[in-house]
Design a protein around this ligand. Structure first.
Ligand code: ADP
Ligand code: LRH
Length: 499
């Protein structure tokens, strides 16, 4: 079979990357062509995306991919980023301002403001989405309440991957998986919710027409192709543009053939830990609402029933705090220190709202421990150990709830993303949950992005085939549960912390 080449432009919070994927019909070979920082920028008091900088890095990635690809050509380019954030476009293709980052404080108080107009229950019933203060619905409400002039002149709202897609092709469209993170989409009808837009006075007319993952957005703009040194036109294809949708697509498990939920769960482990099960239909009921589980759109019409867990953000922000104080340490070093720190000295609920924003994380962890009558040792190893143990315990808590709700047994945990490189966390997860962890691939998001492009190009048939390619190309590292008894005690202590 001929080999086809695809470029994934994957913007994570830890870093952005351009990954070139060579697919020979059986396996995929992955090469990192460009990695770049993705740091938000504060302008006045608002945290923004560094959009022009990022777009320039994306173009650099395309240029490098063109140099590496035989014949200076590519078979596709696809963009994915995190969910919920968006940009606004006005008349004559004017980008209205620099998009705002979801960790900005503008959404403070907006959930309650929304619930005054339409009940929490009704929003959940319509969307099936977990309540996170930064969901697009609450960001838009913040703009409305601030009487933002942008809403008066906006023609189109595009989610971030769609916005980059527009900058690459000139075409405006909303890809479904990322649209599903807005909390304005009804997963049962697949349409924007007129009811919620009306109730909250949000401009329904600016929400874009929707496309499915795998759809070709259009050819790369000639000026960009020329700048990149590409020898012929390249198709820009929308993958599952929500990074988590692409990551879940690339989990090397067997897709279930029936409508019964599978006996494995995924844990997309990066800045966030997204833990859930792939189901064939949204699961929206009092229990899923109580545990704040979400129904987000997956590729091929699947639903990702999952929970957002604050994730390695806790470690990232701690590391940044220490680096600012002159104590720079690699993840390897921090993990090695955590390994020799005493177990279970203090536990936190990773999802406490005090951990969400940027800033001094060790102080916030210590404050949480003080509030809950625990003492957090001040050394870095103990703090990282506290974060990793607490994450593993939240994974267990979540798996137990998912099993109860679905009436299934989860036998295997597939961990993908940068967190799958953390062997200590993988072992903690296996031990805390009493189930084997299959770790890898690290770059699942980029792989899912690339292989969804291959599906779009007709080079691969189905998600089942996609997963078989991933399993063949990236053998998983297995962590068997060992030391489970100690974790049962800790789980009791932990459960008391979760509200
Ligand atoms: P995102 O997609 O959100 O940018 P990634 O999937 O790239 O995140 O994961 C980044 C995280 O992976 C880091 O915050 C870090 O905790 C973890 N990580 C990366 N490399 C290592 C490593 N060598 N050892 C331990 N953890 C690592
Ligand atoms: C992970 C992620 C997650 C969203 C969050 C904002 O990168 O996309 O699925 O909830 O970022």
């Amino acid at each position: 079979a001929t080999t086809t080449d695809y470029l994934a432009l994957d913007l994570g919070a830890e870093s952005g990357r351009g990954m070139l994927g060579r697919f020979d019909g059986e396996r995929i070979a992955l090469e990192e062509v460009h990695r770049f920082p993705n740091q938000p920028v504060k302008l006045l008091d608002t945290l923004h995306w560094d959009l022009p900088r990022l777009f320039d890095d994306m173009k650099a990635a395309i240029r490098k991919a063109a140099t590496l690809s035989p014949g200076a050509t590519l078979d596709g380019i696809g963009v994915d980023t995190w969910g919920v954030d968006f940009g606004l476009i006005g008349r004559g293709d004017t980008l209205l301002g620099n998009p705002v980052h979801y960790r900005d404080a503008r959404t403070d108080g907006m959930m309650d403001a929304a619930f005054a107009a339409v009940s929490r229950e009704r929003i959940y019933e319509v969307t099936g989405l977990q309540f996170l203060p930064f969901n697009t619905i609450f960001q838009l409400l913040a703009l409305r309440r601030a009487k933002s002039p942008l809403l008066d002149v906006a023609e189109t709202l595009l989610m971030m991957p769609d916005l980059f897609g527009w900058l690459l092709t000139g075409r405006r469209a909303g890809e479904r998986t990322d649209a599903s993170t807005t909390q304005l989409l009804d997963p049962r009808t697949g349409a924007w919710s007129d009811e919620l837009c009306k109730a909250l006075d949000l401009p329904r007319a600016i929400l874009p027409g929707l496309i499915d993952p795998g759809t070709e957005l259009g050819p790369l703009l000639p000026s960009i192709a020329e700048e990149a040194g590409l020898s012929r036109p390249v198709a820009v294809i929308a993958p599952g543009t929500h990074d988590t949708a692409s990551a879940v697509a690339a989990v090397p498990a067997s897709s279930s053939s029936s409508s019964a939920p599978p006996d494995w769960c995924y844990l997309s482990s990066g800045t966030w830990s997204l833990l859930g099960v792939e189901v064939s239909q949204p699961v929206i009921n009092a229990e899923t609402m109580r545990y704040n589980l979400t129904n987000e759109g997956g590729v091929a019409g699947t639903t990702r029933l999952l929970k957002n867990i604050m994730g390695l953000w806790l470690v990232q922000e701690s590391r940044r705090t220490w680096a600012r104080a002159g104590r720079e340490m690699s993840y390897e070093e921090l993990t090695a220190r955590a390994q020799v720190a005493p177990p279970f000295s203090a536990l936190v609920d990773p999802d406490d709202s005090s951990f969400l924003s940027h800033g001094d994380m060790p102080s916030r962890l210590a404050a949480y421990c003080k509030r809950t009558n625990q003492v957090l040792p001040s050394d870095e190893g103990a703090i990282v150990r506290c974060c990793l143990e607490s994450l593993a315990l939240k994974y267990r808590w979540t798996i137990e709830r998912l099993e109860g709700i679905l009436g299934t047994t989860i036998r295997t945990i597939h961990v993908v993303g940068g967190g799958s490189k953390n062997a200590l966390l993988c072992q903690f997860t296996a031990d805390a949950c009493g189930r084997p962890v299959h770790a890898g691939p690290v770059e699942a998001t980029a792989i899912g992005n690339i292989l969804m492009q291959a599906i779009g190009r007709g080079k691969l048939g189905s998600i089942r085939d996609l997963r078989a390619v991933v399993a063949r190309s990236f053998p998983a590292v297995v962590f068997e549960p060992r030391d489970t008894a100690a974790w049962d005690d800790a789980a009791g202590r932990f459960a008391a912390l979760v509200k």
